[in-house]
Design a protein around this ligand. Structure first.
Ligand SMILES: [Zn+2]
Length: 323
């Protein structure tokens, strides 16, 4: 059984497993250039996606498309001049656009869309007649055969989602989204982290993973950096800080998005953590800096966080700092 649609929309992504590379992985975002090589806004459907919309992922595996997983849109469409690490055929554009995703849940095993087509042949041909625009499949030929459409993103009408829902019940796929109905408070700016064009990739990865949990912890520690104790006060009585996953998230490190893995830091110290220049010694709890003359080297953190797990500090210390 799939999550209820409620008042949200559903979209279908048709893609490949490489997807875009680090920070642009399958389930992490939808992305495309802003225009195709002829200057047309081919992917303008992505503009309609809203936070909380449901995304169904169809992925090309061994030359066959498979239903691979499901996720939630975490943002609206944003423009960036960062290029994905693996742009493949979309290399060489000045601007790209992306929708950040969360709650990516893969199926127990991917199912060929051909199985889906044959299971729901009658319904799919009906839907195709009712909803002309932008399906992920086309009905062709005298015998009304069904095949995948050549597009990146397609709308998924409720009638079609109902078929995916039915199919998921048949294979005991019951994904549950952990939704984040977070509203910024006066202590935190609206969308402080939505990136303007031109920031570096590490910054992007960091930002898009600013979860509800990260924001909670920031508020709890008054947006103070655990290294230097400073927080950044903004003009509107808001404060700014960043959340750092001590064992990084993502394919290379597989760090979890849990409280004991999140440290609150200022942008400078965040950068130093990301580049492995600074660490908290897992044994002594002291700050260790690559530069032994650094002000914070061999000093106590600005405040104690007994809820941070030693194992993550050790991971960062050995893999990023010493590594
Ligand atoms: Zn700091």
């Amino acid at each position: 059984m799939l999550p209820p649609i409620n008042s949200k929309n559903v979209y279908i992504e048709i893609t490949n497993p490489e997807h875009g590379g680090d920070g642009w992985e399958l389930g992490n975002c939808l992305w495309s250039p802003t225009e195709n090589r002829s200057g047309q806004a081919t992917w303008r459907l992505m503009n309609k996606i809203r936070r909380g919309d449901i995304i169904i992922h169809l992925v090309l595996l061994n030359n066959l498309y498979h239903w691979y997983g499901i996720s939630l849109a975490e943002s609206e469409l944003m423009t960036t001049n960062n290029t994905p690490p693996i742009p493949s055929k979309w290399e060489g554009f000045e601007f790209y656009q992306r929708v950040n995703l969360s709650n990516f849940i893969p199926l127990p095993r991917p199912y060929p869309t051909d199985e889906f087509f044959s299971a729901y042949y009658r319904q799919l041909t009906m839907i195709r007649k009712d909803e002309e625009e932008g399906q992920f499949y086309v009905v062709y030929g005298k015998n009304e055969q069904i095949r995948m459409a050549q597009r990146y993103v397609a709308k998924c009408p409720a009638s079609l989602y109902a078929l995916f829902d039915d199919f998921s019940s048949g294979i005991s796929f019951n994904p549950v989204f952990h939704t984040d109905e977070y509203e910024p408070t006066i202590h935190e700016p609206q969308n402080p982290d939505f990136f303007p064009p031109g920031r570096v990739e590490t910054k992007v990865s960091r930002i898009i993973r600013d979860t509800e949990l990260a924001r909670q912890i920031k508020a709890e520690f008054k947006w103070r950096c655990q290294i230097c104790g400073s927080s950044i006060q903004l003009t509107n009585d808001c404060y700014y800080a960043e959340a750092h996953h001590i064992q990084p998230l993502g394919s290379d490190y597989q760090g979890p998005d849990i409280r004991s893995n999140i440290i609150i830091v200022c942008p400078n110290h965040h950068t130093e953590f990301d580049y492995g220049v600074i660490a908290i010694d897992p044994n002594s709890g002291f700050i260790i800096h690559l530069d032994v003359n650094n002000l914070y080297h061999n000093s106590h953190p600005a405040y104690q966080r007994p809820d941070i797990a030693i194992e993550f500090l050790r991971f960062h210390y050995t893999k990023r700092f010493r590594g």
